[in-house]
Design a protein around this ligand. Structure first.
Ligand code: MLT
Length: 245
């Protein structure tokens, strides 16, 4: 198994597709997706375009759909939800499909949606992702950070490093054997330095600061936790993720 890290959708190669692609948006899209599926949501369907989201979700039974829209960290007017995982309670999401569009996270998923296996990872479901990789042993794995509007973000890279670090701990692979590119090695170093203070790192991250300005302190706390949800969001058809049973 070789792991490659790409910091943003823009830096991700167009081909050849890897056996497994993992989209990461710790703050907050993939944290929200994992939370919705763990709380009993039927599926998560991602859109880069808000109008397209409205058009497709309109055909879904109203009682079985939730629309989540975020731009610049804030909720989009007219949507039931923004992008806070803390709003996704079992009472609200049980049996519903979440139609979601966010600034960067949904774009990362769309960027890799043609890979044979597509997963969504965050710190909160890191162990479930690692368990899947160790069982499946895909030859090539891309860890694709969402970044922020084309630039690097600390929180996605540290999550990529957390995944790789856990694989190294559970196998006899050396870092050199596992690393497909230099970015993977730097992601592991970032995680090694911050693993005991991930919330502190999120507070230093530019998007973390943006969310703090929007009073999302509790979101940062929640998203900085590691391995709290045993849920693996896996793509079933282009743009639709369900919980792997
Ligand atoms: C994104 O897709 O850029 C993020 O999930 C933004 C957010 O924190 O809502």
């Amino acid at each position: 198994m070789k792991l490659f890290v790409y910091h943003t959708p823009e830096l991700t190669p167009k081909d050849p597709a890897p056996e497994c692609a993992i989209a990461i948006d710790v703050l907050r899209a993939t944290s929200t997706m994992a939370t919705v599926l763990a709380a009993g949501g039927e599926a998560v369907q991602v859109f880069s375009d808000l109008d397209q989201l409205m058009e497709v979700s309109e055909k879904w039974p109203p009682a079985k759909r939730l629309r989540a829209g975020e731009r610049g960290g804030a909720k989009v007017a007219g949507f039931e939800l923004g992008n806070s995982p803390l709003d996704c309670t079992p009472e609200l999401v049980q049996g519903c499909r979440l139609f979601i569009s966010t600034t960067n996270g949904t774009r990362a998923l769309q960027r890799v949606q043609d890979a044979p296996i597509v997963l969504a990872a965050a710190l909160i479901n890191r162990a479930a992702v690692v368990k899947f990789l160790l069982e499946k042993q895909p030859e090539t794995v891309w860890l694709v950070g969402s970044g922020w509007e084309g630039s690097f973000s600390l929180e996605d890279t540290v999550c990529a490093g957390a995944i790789a670090h856990s694989i190294l701990q559970q196998t006899h692979l050396s870092q050199e054997e596992l690393a497909g590119n230099d970015e993977l090695i730097s992601a592991i170093s970032l995680y090694s330095q911050w693993q005991d203070n991930l919330l502190g790192l999120l507070h230093q991250a530019s998007h973390g600061k943006r969310l703090l300005r929007l009073e999302c302190h509790e979101d940062l706390k929640y998203c900085s936790q590691t391995d709290i949800l045993d849920v693996l969001p896996i793509q079933q058809e282009a743009g639709v993720l369900k919980k792997q049973i």
